[in-house]
Design a protein around this ligand. Structure first.
Ligand code: SAM
Length: 376
C-alpha cells in the first residue's frame, strides 16, 4: 500500500509534498525550524540573505560504482568520456580556491566526487586544506569501498570525520543499487576502520528509493544505532537528468521517520548549526540519532549555504544548477587572488537559486549538471 505521505504531482504540474502528512505517533513532533543563518554570521550573502558557509569540493568526476540513481551503468559505460587529467584542478589550485572561499565565510569543507578516494593524492589535499586558517570542519563523503586502507592516513592528514554512503545491508539490494555488485562487507570494513582510527562522528548516507530498498531501512537503523553511527536517510532527488527520476520513486522522509519510530522511538533534536541539511532525530532511549534529508518533500533552500566546485573548477551555487562559473579559467589565466575572490563574491551575491522549492514537472527536465560532475 502506498504511504499516505507520498509526494504528489499537482494538476498544474508543480511537484509538492503531499498535504496529507502520514499518521505519526503523537510523541513525534516536528523539529524546531532551522535558525536564520544571516542572524548569526557576517560574511558574503546572496539575494535571499543566505551566507556562504559550506564549500563542497569535487576532486574527480570518476567513480568505481555505477549507482542506478546517480551514474547508471547504461549511460556511464566503458566509453564514457570522463575528464582528462589536465582538465582537473590540481591540489594547489583546489587549495587556493578553498582559501578564497574561507576568506568569504566558508567554514566547512567537504571533499566529494565522483568517488574522492579514487584520487591517489587525496591525503595530501586533506593536509593542505586542514592547514587553511578558518576551516572549522573538514570532512569527506565516500562510498567506503577504499576506506579501510585509507582511514588512518586521512586522519593523520587532518580529516576530522567522514560520511559513508551505504544504501542497504543486503548484498542483493546493495549490489543492484551500486551497479557493480560491490559487497556490503567491504564497506562495513571501511566504516569499522574509520571508527577504529577515530574519524568521528561517522554518518551513513542511505538513499531510499521506493520499491528498491525500503525494506533495508530498519536493518540500517538498527545497525547504525548499535554501532554508534548517525544514519541519514536521503530522499531520492532529480539531480542531473540521466537517472530517470520519477516523483513516485521518492519515499518522503516523514514516512521513514514514522517507520523507524514504531520500533525505535524517536524525538526531534534542534539543528546543530544554521543551514544544516538534515533534520535531526534522537532515539528516545538515548542510544543515538538519525537525520533525514527531505529535499523533495520539505525543501530547505531557504537555509542553503552551500557552494560547490567541480573537479574542473566550475563554481555551482545550487545542486540543481544548469550552469556554473568558470574559476579554472581565472586560475590558469593569471588572475590574482583579489580578482578570483571578487568573482566568487559576485557569483554568490547574485545567487537566487531555490530549485527544490520551485521543482515542477517543467523543471525536472532541465539540462541539470550530473552529480558526478558537480560533486555530491
Ligand atoms: N562517491 C561518494 C559517495 O558515494 O558517497 C561521493 C559522491 S555521491 C554523489 C554523494 C552522495 O550523493 C551519496 O550519498 C549518494 O547517495 C548521493 N546521491 C547521489 N545521487 C543522488 C540522488 N539522485 N538523490 C539523492 N542523493 C543522491
Amino acid at each position: 500500500m502506498r504511504p499516505t505521505g507520498a509526494a504528489n504531482l499537482a494538476p498544474e504540474g508543480r511537484c509538492v509534498a503531499a498535504t496529507a502528512r502520514p499518521e505519526r505517533p503523537s510523541r513525534v513532533v516536528r523539529p524546531r525550524s532551522t535558525p536564520d543563518p544571516s542572524a548569526t554570521h557576517p560574511g558574503t550573502f546572496d539575494r535571499l540573505a543566505r551566507p556562504l558557509r559550506d564549500l563542497r569540493i569535487s576532486v574527480t568526476d570518476r567513480c568505481n560504482f555505477r549507482c542506478s540513481y546517480c551514474m547508471p551503468g547504461e549511460l556511464f559505460g566503458r566509453d564514457f568520456a570522463f575528464l582528462p587529467r589536465p582538465e582537473i584542478l590540481t591540489l594547489e589550485e583546489i587549495t587556493r580556491l578553498a582559501r578564497l572561499f574561507v576568506a568569504q565565510g566558508a567554514e566547512k569543507l567537504r571533499i566529494t566526487g565522483g568517488e574522492p578516494l579514487i584520487r591517489r593524492d587525496l591525503p595530501k589535499l586533506v593536509a593542505m586544506l586542514a592547514g587553511i586558517q578558518g576551516v572549522r570542519d573538514l570532512t569527506l563523503t565516500t562510498n567506503g569501498s577504499m576506506l579501510a586502507d585509507k582511514a588512518a592516513e586521512l586522519l593523520a592528514a587532518g580529516l576530522q570525520r567522514v560520511t559513508v554512503s551505504l544504501d542497504s545491508l543486503d548484498d542483493h539490494v546493495f549490489g543492484a543499487m551500486n551497479g557493480v555488485h560491490f559487497p556490503v562487507a567491504r564497506v562495513l570494513r571501511g566504516i569499522d576502520r574509520a571508527r577504529e582510527v577515530g574519524l568521528a562522528p561517522i554518518k551513513i548516507n542511505m538513499l531510499v528509493q521506493r520499491g528498491v530498498n525500503e525494506s533495508s531501512v530498519m536493518p540500517m537503523a538498527r545497525y547504525a544505532r548499535d554501532h554508534g553511527l548517525i544514519l541519514r536517510l536521503i530522499e531520492y532527488m532529480d539531480v542531473g537528468h540521466s537517472n530517470g527520476w520519477r516523483l513516485e520513486d521518492v519515499v518522503p522522509a516523514a514516512d521513514l521517520v514514522a517507520l523507524i519510530d514504531v520500533e525505535l522511538p524517536l524525538e526531534p533534536l534542534p539543528a546543530s548549526y544554521a543551514g544544516e541539511v538534515a533534520t535531526r532525530w534522537r532515539h528516545r532511549d538515548g542510544s543515538g540519532e538519525i537525520g533525514v534529508i527531505a529535499s523533495v518533500s520539505r525543501p530547505f533552500c531557504g537555509a542553503c549555504t552551500r557552494a560547490r566546485i567541480s573537479a574542473e573548477g566550475q563554481l555551482y551555487t545550487c545542486l540543481f544548477a544548469t550552469k556554473g562559473h568558470d574559476l579554472r579559467a581565472m586560475l590558469r589565466g593569471g588572475s590574482s587572488d583579489e580578482e578570483i575572490a571578487a568573482s566568487i563574491e559576485r557569483a554568490w551575491q547574485v545567487r537566487d537559486d531555490r530549485y527544490s522549492e520551485i521543482r515542477s514537472s517543467h523543471t525536472v527536465g532541465l539540462p541539470k549538471v550530473e552529480m558526478n560532475a558537480m560533486g555530491g
